[in-house]
Design a protein. Structure first.
Length: 257
């Protein structure tokens, strides 16, 4: 007879089964609650942006930005600065300043609709693993193609990371189009820049190259591109078109004015 008649003493076997049943009930409730939440996926669910947009791909599997008629911008305005019709928004900045585009592409697609923008210029470096450079080129092309599909007018940005990158860094960029680039920070690497620029000109044959910075002080090759230069300063939020075509013609005779 139990010392406490109203207290129910369980055998170890019964206690074990009762505990298991309670745990199963709790797990079932957790699965039910979790399933309800998964109907609305969390913000970080699709970090690779595989479900938002299915781009047309080049032969090298990079998203294609299509050629479209765009007038020469009067100014290149950096991201997060006031935009005026006739400008082009650029991303020749530290990558962390526009990483938000990749993290929230839908949000910025709405903001950029109807605007002229350069495709986001994610960095490529000669001392990086080639896969990292390929990934940044993919992201640049994907965002450019996506924003274009949502109503933005996109000027492809071009960049490279030495001869080993030439096989992919121009993929997905249309030939005979307007392209944009920056020579800011390239003064010590004019030879490497000139080699890449010549390769870009041979592969893409752009009709116009928009350049942020002093192209004529960096380029040392023999190409005769149609360059539109835009002044740059560290504090300036926008870069005005520079009237240097006559100067460029002196340096590179035969340039189309």
């Amino acid at each position: 007879m139990s010392k406490y008649p109203n207290y129910r003493v369980l055998s170890s076997h019964a206690f074990y089964h009762k505990t298991i049943n309670r745990m199963l009930l709790i797990c079932c409730n957790m699965v039910h609650v979790s399933a309800d939440k998964w109907k609305c996926k969390p913000g970080g669910w699709d970090k690779l942006n595989t479900e938002i947009f299915d781009p047309v791909l080049s032969a090298e599997d990079f998203p294609i930005i299509f050629n479209e008629p765009i007038s020469e911008p009067e100014r290149l305005t950096r991201f997060r600065s006031p935009y005026i019709d006739g400008d082009a928004l650029h991303f020749f900045l530290d990558d962390y300043r526009f990483e938000c585009l990749w993290n929230q592409p839908k949000k910025y697609a709405e903001k950029f609709r109807g605007m002229v923008i350069c495709s986001p210029d994610f960095s490529q470096y000669t001392d990086w693993n080639n896969n990292l450079n390929r990934w940044n080129h993919y992201r640049k092309q994907w965002l450019g193609a996506y924003f274009q599909s949502e109503g933005a007018h996109v000027i492809p940005s071009v960049c490279w990371a030495g001869p080993e990158s030439y096989q992919y860094c121009f993929s997905g960029i249309p030939k005979h189009s307007m392209v944009a680039l920056s020579v800011v920070g390239c003064f010590k690497f004019s030879h490497e820049f000139s080699m890449g620029f010549d390769e870009m000109m041979m592969r893409l044959e752009p009709h116009t190259v928009l350049c942020l910075g002093e192209f004529d002080k960096v380029y040392k090759g023999n190409m005769q591109p149609h360059i539109i230069q835009y002044s740059w300063s560290f504090k300036s939020r926008s870069a005005d078109k520079v009237n240097k075509r006559a100067l460029i013609q002196q340096i590179l005779p035969g340039v189309v004015a």
